[in-house]
Design a protein around this ligand. Structure first.
Ligand code: SF4
Length: 218
């Protein structure tokens, strides 16, 4: 029944429904200053750092909300924290994170210029993909982050992030090379940096994606 109802709701209605279900308060974000944006994000962190909405709370050491410029033009969204991220409470700081930082600097960006976060804020055991129920429980945080930051571009890193935001179930190759729209914001999808560690031959197409991002949004 819930599934059928969902089918007929607009994306906006679905988002509101998810926020209601989760109990995360929707914030009013018209014309807010960068300082207010930072304060809103800090508020989310303080309020939800001990979140118990899904099973991932059981083994996490840190709730990893995200970091970077609260007023960023570009927001990167990965899948979930890994071991180093769980240990430090910071996104993209492990081996893949170091590669990601290098990729950013190749297009003259630093981590402080962008905002970096994940679909789920707590580490899935053994770095498995987050499950649908975990994603559903955690998405309200990401929706709020996007609403607060209001980036010009969301760049989803990897298939899980891309499919979640676009409500699709398809391959990364079907998601790359297009500009989609998410909540009136451009959205593109590229490789997750951890995939590039295992498949160095994907670095070239990843670089092509970054060049497109640079040419259109920087
Ligand atoms: S993954 Fe998200 S929903 Fe689950 S416990 Fe962590 S913060 Fe809460």
């Amino acid at each position: 029944m819930e599934k059928r109802l969902h089918k007929f709701l607009s994306n906006k209605e679905k988002r509101i429904e998810i926020l209601k279900l989760s109990g995360v308060k929707d914030v009013i974000t018209n014309k807010i200053t960068p300082t207010q944006k930072r304060d809103y994000l800090d508020e989310i962190y303080e309020k939800y750092k001990d979140c118990q909405r899904c099973i991932l709370a059981e083994k996490r050491n840190n709730f990893v909300l995200g970091e970077g410029d609260a007023d960023a033009n570009i927001m990167f969204v990965g899948e979930g924290p890994g071991a180093q991220e769980d240990k430090t409470g910071r996104p993209f700081v492990g081996k893949a994170g170091k590669l990601f930082t290098k990729m950013l600097s190749a297009i003259d960006l630093s981590r402080q210029d962008v905002y970096i976060t994940n679909i789920v804020k707590c580490r899935p055991p053994k770095n498995r993909d987050p499950r649908a129920d975990e994603i559903k429980a955690c998405l309200p945080f990401l929706y709020q982050q996007i609403k607060i930051i209001k980036p010009n571009l969301i760049c989803a890193l990897g298939k899980v992030a891309g499919n979640t935001l676009l409500e699709k179930q398809t391959s990364l190759s079907n998601l790359r090379n297009s500009i989609f729209t998410f909540q009136n914001t451009d959205l593109m999808v590229t490789y997750h940096p951890s995939a590039l560690l295992y498949h160095p031959n994907w670095k070239r197409p990843a670089w092509e994606d970054l060049k497109k991002l640079r040419d259109k949004y920087l």
